[in-house]
Design a protein around this ligand. Structure first.
Ligand SMILES: [Zn+2]
Length: 217
């Protein structure tokens, strides 16, 4: 309904003329196309739809980045999202805790399993104030505190990997009836992200012990 109203508002401002169509560059105030304006628009944190633009992590697989990008826009198939699109599902609750709704906000920022995972990650990566109220807070958490740039990159990728693993655990429980504990999800995040980090950032010269202590980045 909100999207319909914004579409109507956008279309209502349009007036058609009899002239031929032409391209117009919107990337700069002057309407002039330039490489510098393209660069500015790429590095800006907003796109032309005024949506938040998530920073992608280079060292985690594309599937993790794409998943987090879609989740931030509430475009992953949670029960809440499917019901908004007209599907009726009998069981709309969170399978982990049976208390909240199966939604992006609940699964990643409220559910006890997510909070348990974030608590362990904050302890592991020494992130003192791990406050999250929305999915966007998660994908921004690496920006806070005094850290080296490699540590920031590592934390960012770990959070994206964790979101992917939490979603996998949610699907395994919902569709295969297989429940994972907080420890199992956290261990999988540590192990899988270690290999990605070791070979994609450190080119192989990095040890498991360093990763566990989050040192020698
Ligand atoms: Zn829950």
């Amino acid at each position: 309904m909100v999207e319909w109203e914004s579409l109507r508002a956008a279309v209502s401002a349009v007036t058609l003329s009899a002239g031929s169509d032409r391209w117009k560059w919107l990337g700069s105030g002057s309407g002039e196309f330039s490489v510098a304006a393209v660069k500015r628009s790429i590095v800006s944190s907003r796109d032309f739809s005024n949506r938040y633009v998530m920073k992608w992590s280079k060292w985690v697989p594309k599937k993790c980045n794409i998943f987090a990008w879609r989740a931030e826009m509430n475009r992953i198939p949670t029960v809440e999202a499917l019901e908004k699109r007209g599907m009726f599902l009998f069981d709309d609750g969170c399978k982990f805790c049976n208390e909240g709704l199966d939604s992006v906000t609940h699964i990643f920022t409220v559910c006890p399993i997510a909070l348990g995972v974030w608590e362990r990650i904050s302890f592991w990566c020494r992130i003192p104030r791990f406050f999250i109220f929305s999915f966007k807070d998660l994908v921004e958490i690496h920006k806070f505190g005094i850290r080296s740039s490699v540590e920031r990159k590592a934390i960012h990728g770990i959070v994206l990997s964790a979101c992917w693993m939490l979603w996998k655990a949610r699907n395994n429980l919902r569709f295969n009836d297989k429940k994972s504990s907080i420890e199992e999800v956290f261990s999988e995040i540590m192990v899988v992200s270690f290999y990605w980090f070791k070979y994609r950032v450190k080119k192989g010269s990095f040890e498991w012990g360093d990763w566990c202590k989050f040192v020698n980045m």
